[in-house]
Ligand binder design. Structure first.
Ligand code: SAM
Length: 214
Protein backbone atom coordinates (compact mmCIF):
# COMPACT_ATOMS: atom_id res chain seq x y z
CA UNK A 1 0.00 0.00 0.00
CA UNK A 2 1.24 3.49 -0.80
CA UNK A 3 1.25 5.83 2.21
CA UNK A 4 0.03 9.31 1.36
CA UNK A 5 1.52 12.36 3.06
CA UNK A 6 0.05 15.81 2.94
CA UNK A 7 3.08 17.51 4.45
CA UNK A 8 3.98 19.05 1.12
CA UNK A 9 6.06 22.14 0.29
CA UNK A 10 4.23 25.38 -0.53
CA UNK A 11 3.53 25.27 -4.25
CA UNK A 12 3.00 21.49 -4.31
CA UNK A 13 -0.58 20.29 -3.94
CA UNK A 14 -2.67 17.21 -4.43
CA UNK A 15 -5.14 17.97 -7.19
CA UNK A 16 -7.60 15.97 -9.23
CA UNK A 17 -6.66 14.92 -12.74
CA UNK A 18 -9.03 12.54 -14.54
CA UNK A 19 -10.73 11.74 -11.23
CA UNK A 20 -7.47 10.85 -9.46
CA UNK A 21 -5.62 12.78 -6.74
CA UNK A 22 -2.14 13.58 -8.04
CA UNK A 23 0.79 15.63 -6.84
CA UNK A 24 0.94 18.83 -8.88
CA UNK A 25 2.92 22.04 -9.32
CA UNK A 26 2.04 25.23 -11.13
CA UNK A 27 3.83 25.64 -14.48
CA UNK A 28 4.03 24.86 -18.18
CA UNK A 29 3.86 21.11 -18.94
CA UNK A 30 7.19 19.48 -19.85
CA UNK A 31 6.77 15.74 -20.49
CA UNK A 32 3.21 15.26 -21.65
CA UNK A 33 1.80 15.21 -18.12
CA UNK A 34 -1.87 16.16 -17.57
CA UNK A 35 -2.49 19.85 -16.96
CA UNK A 36 -5.56 21.96 -16.21
CA UNK A 37 -3.89 25.00 -17.77
CA UNK A 38 -2.45 26.18 -14.46
CA UNK A 39 -1.44 23.10 -12.46
CA UNK A 40 0.31 20.06 -13.94
CA UNK A 41 0.48 16.57 -12.52
CA UNK A 42 3.84 15.41 -11.05
CA UNK A 43 4.22 11.76 -11.97
CA UNK A 44 6.00 9.81 -9.18
CA UNK A 45 6.67 6.95 -11.60
CA UNK A 46 8.80 9.35 -13.66
CA UNK A 47 10.43 11.17 -10.74
CA UNK A 48 12.35 9.88 -7.72
CA UNK A 49 11.81 13.12 -5.81
CA UNK A 50 8.12 12.96 -6.70
CA UNK A 51 8.08 9.42 -5.30
CA UNK A 52 9.84 10.53 -2.09
CA UNK A 53 7.20 13.23 -1.56
CA UNK A 54 4.31 10.99 -2.50
CA UNK A 55 5.53 8.27 -0.13
CA UNK A 56 5.56 10.78 2.71
CA UNK A 57 9.31 11.13 3.28
CA UNK A 58 10.19 14.14 5.41
CA UNK A 59 12.22 16.05 2.81
CA UNK A 60 12.22 19.29 4.80
CA UNK A 61 11.14 21.11 1.63
CA UNK A 62 8.92 24.10 2.36
CA UNK A 63 9.03 25.94 -0.98
CA UNK A 64 11.24 28.86 -2.02
CA UNK A 65 14.54 27.11 -1.25
CA UNK A 66 17.74 27.50 -3.27
CA UNK A 67 18.40 24.14 -4.93
CA UNK A 68 21.35 22.44 -6.59
CA UNK A 69 20.00 19.53 -8.65
CA UNK A 70 22.48 16.92 -9.96
CA UNK A 71 21.40 14.69 -12.86
CA UNK A 72 18.70 16.92 -14.33
CA UNK A 73 18.35 14.93 -17.58
CA UNK A 74 15.65 16.51 -19.78
CA UNK A 75 14.10 18.35 -16.85
CA UNK A 76 11.19 16.13 -15.82
CA UNK A 77 11.75 16.50 -12.07
CA UNK A 78 13.80 19.66 -11.89
CA UNK A 79 11.07 21.56 -13.78
CA UNK A 80 8.64 20.70 -10.96
CA UNK A 81 11.26 21.77 -8.41
CA UNK A 82 11.73 25.11 -10.17
CA UNK A 83 7.94 25.59 -10.09
CA UNK A 84 7.96 25.82 -6.26
CA UNK A 85 11.58 26.47 -5.23
CA UNK A 86 13.78 29.54 -5.49
CA UNK A 87 16.90 29.62 -7.70
CA UNK A 88 17.37 26.08 -9.03
CA UNK A 89 20.74 25.12 -10.54
CA UNK A 90 20.34 22.05 -12.74
CA UNK A 91 23.50 20.08 -13.57
CA UNK A 92 23.44 17.59 -16.47
CA UNK A 93 26.46 16.36 -18.43
CA UNK A 94 24.77 14.74 -21.44
CA UNK A 95 24.18 17.22 -24.25
CA UNK A 96 21.09 15.57 -25.69
CA UNK A 97 18.78 15.70 -22.63
CA UNK A 98 20.26 19.09 -21.79
CA UNK A 99 18.66 20.50 -24.96
CA UNK A 100 15.19 19.59 -23.59
CA UNK A 101 16.24 20.95 -20.21
CA UNK A 102 16.97 24.32 -21.86
CA UNK A 103 13.47 24.25 -23.32
CA UNK A 104 11.93 23.54 -19.90
CA UNK A 105 13.88 26.51 -18.53
CA UNK A 106 12.46 28.92 -21.11
CA UNK A 107 9.25 29.49 -19.13
CA UNK A 108 11.04 29.17 -15.75
CA UNK A 109 13.16 32.19 -14.87
CA UNK A 110 14.43 30.53 -11.66
CA UNK A 111 15.79 27.43 -13.48
CA UNK A 112 19.47 27.60 -14.48
CA UNK A 113 20.67 24.64 -16.61
CA UNK A 114 24.39 23.85 -16.39
CA UNK A 115 25.99 21.47 -18.89
CA UNK A 116 28.52 20.16 -16.35
CA UNK A 117 29.86 16.96 -14.81
CA UNK A 118 28.66 16.54 -11.21
CA UNK A 119 31.95 14.77 -10.40
CA UNK A 120 33.76 18.04 -11.09
CA UNK A 121 32.13 20.61 -8.81
CA UNK A 122 35.04 23.03 -9.33
CA UNK A 123 33.72 23.60 -12.87
CA UNK A 124 30.47 25.14 -11.60
CA UNK A 125 31.53 26.52 -8.23
CA UNK A 126 31.76 30.02 -9.72
CA UNK A 127 28.10 29.89 -10.86
CA UNK A 128 26.28 28.11 -8.05
CA UNK A 129 25.78 30.22 -4.98
CA UNK A 130 27.26 28.78 -1.79
CA UNK A 131 24.98 27.71 1.05
CA UNK A 132 22.22 26.23 -1.07
CA UNK A 133 19.34 24.93 1.03
CA UNK A 134 18.84 21.66 -0.81
CA UNK A 135 21.02 19.32 -2.85
CA UNK A 136 18.90 16.94 -4.93
CA UNK A 137 20.80 14.10 -6.59
CA UNK A 138 19.59 11.55 -9.14
CA UNK A 139 22.63 10.75 -11.28
CA UNK A 140 22.19 6.96 -11.54
CA UNK A 141 25.89 6.28 -12.12
CA UNK A 142 28.57 4.39 -10.22
CA UNK A 143 29.93 6.36 -7.26
CA UNK A 144 26.68 8.02 -6.18
CA UNK A 145 27.90 8.53 -2.59
CA UNK A 146 31.12 10.13 -3.81
CA UNK A 147 29.19 12.62 -5.97
CA UNK A 148 27.03 13.58 -2.96
CA UNK A 149 30.11 13.99 -0.76
CA UNK A 150 31.97 16.10 -3.34
CA UNK A 151 28.98 18.43 -3.68
CA UNK A 152 28.35 18.79 0.06
CA UNK A 153 30.53 21.92 -0.08
CA UNK A 154 27.61 23.82 -1.65
CA UNK A 155 25.14 22.98 1.14
CA UNK A 156 24.27 25.30 4.01
CA UNK A 157 25.01 23.84 7.46
CA UNK A 158 21.30 23.24 8.04
CA UNK A 159 20.66 22.18 4.42
CA UNK A 160 19.32 18.87 3.17
CA UNK A 161 20.55 16.22 0.78
CA UNK A 162 17.68 14.49 -1.04
CA UNK A 163 19.31 11.54 -2.75
CA UNK A 164 17.93 8.78 -4.95
CA UNK A 165 20.30 5.81 -5.09
CA UNK A 166 19.93 3.36 -7.96
CA UNK A 167 21.40 0.01 -6.86
CA UNK A 168 21.97 -1.31 -10.35
CA UNK A 169 24.10 1.70 -11.28
CA UNK A 170 26.59 0.72 -8.58
CA UNK A 171 26.68 -2.99 -9.43
CA UNK A 172 24.06 -4.88 -11.45
CA UNK A 173 25.12 -8.22 -9.97
CA UNK A 174 24.90 -7.36 -6.26
CA UNK A 175 21.96 -7.60 -3.91
CA UNK A 176 20.44 -4.06 -3.81
CA UNK A 177 20.30 -4.15 0.02
CA UNK A 178 24.06 -4.69 0.18
CA UNK A 179 24.62 -1.83 -2.27
CA UNK A 180 22.39 0.48 -0.22
CA UNK A 181 24.29 -0.42 2.97
CA UNK A 182 27.61 0.47 1.34
CA UNK A 183 26.29 3.75 -0.05
CA UNK A 184 24.86 4.73 3.35
CA UNK A 185 28.13 3.85 5.11
CA UNK A 186 30.10 5.95 2.60
CA UNK A 187 27.74 8.91 3.03
CA UNK A 188 28.38 8.93 6.78
CA UNK A 189 31.75 10.58 6.02
CA UNK A 190 29.99 13.85 5.29
CA UNK A 191 26.32 13.49 6.17
CA UNK A 192 24.05 12.51 9.01
CA UNK A 193 21.30 10.30 7.58
CA UNK A 194 17.84 11.37 8.74
CA UNK A 195 15.54 9.05 6.80
CA UNK A 196 15.79 6.29 4.23
CA UNK A 197 12.99 4.59 2.33
CA UNK A 198 12.82 2.17 -0.56
CA UNK A 199 11.02 3.76 -3.51
CA UNK A 200 9.86 0.32 -4.69
CA UNK A 201 6.23 1.40 -5.14
CA UNK A 202 7.40 3.56 -8.04
CA UNK A 203 11.05 2.74 -8.82
CA UNK A 204 12.58 -0.74 -8.66
CA UNK A 205 15.77 -1.06 -6.59
CA UNK A 206 16.00 2.60 -5.64
CA UNK A 207 16.54 4.01 -2.16
CA UNK A 208 15.47 7.52 -1.16
CA UNK A 209 17.72 9.20 1.42
CA UNK A 210 17.26 12.43 3.37
CA UNK A 211 20.44 13.64 5.07
CA UNK A 212 22.06 16.76 6.43
CA UNK A 213 25.72 17.78 6.32
CA UNK A 214 27.89 17.00 9.37
N1 SAM B 1 16.56 13.38 -12.37
C1 SAM B 1 15.99 13.16 -13.66
C2 SAM B 1 14.49 13.34 -13.54
O1 SAM B 1 13.91 12.86 -12.57
O2 SAM B 1 13.91 14.00 -14.40
C3 SAM B 1 16.36 11.82 -14.22
C4 SAM B 1 17.84 11.61 -14.12
S1 SAM B 1 18.46 10.17 -14.91
C5 SAM B 1 18.00 8.88 -13.85
C6 SAM B 1 20.17 10.37 -14.55
C7 SAM B 1 20.81 11.53 -15.27
O3 SAM B 1 22.05 11.83 -14.64
C8 SAM B 1 21.14 11.24 -16.74
O4 SAM B 1 20.55 12.23 -17.55
C9 SAM B 1 22.65 11.31 -16.79
O5 SAM B 1 23.15 11.84 -18.01
C10 SAM B 1 22.95 12.22 -15.62
N2 SAM B 1 24.29 12.06 -15.07
C11 SAM B 1 24.92 10.91 -14.75
N3 SAM B 1 26.14 11.15 -14.27
C12 SAM B 1 26.30 12.49 -14.30
C13 SAM B 1 27.36 13.35 -13.94
N4 SAM B 1 28.51 12.87 -13.45
N5 SAM B 1 27.19 14.68 -14.09
C14 SAM B 1 26.02 15.18 -14.58
N6 SAM B 1 24.98 14.41 -14.95
C15 SAM B 1 25.12 13.08 -14.80
Amino acid sequence: MVTVSDDLPDGVERRQFDGTDRLATRGEPVYGEPTDGEWRAWDPTRSKLGAMLDLGMDTGLEGGETVLYLGAASGTTVSHVADFAGPTYAVEFAARPARDLLEAAESRPRLFPLLKDARKPDTYAHVVESNVDVLVQDVATRGQARVALENARFLADDGRLLLAVKARSEDVTRDPDAVFEDVQAALEDGYELLETQRLEAYHTDHLGIVARPR
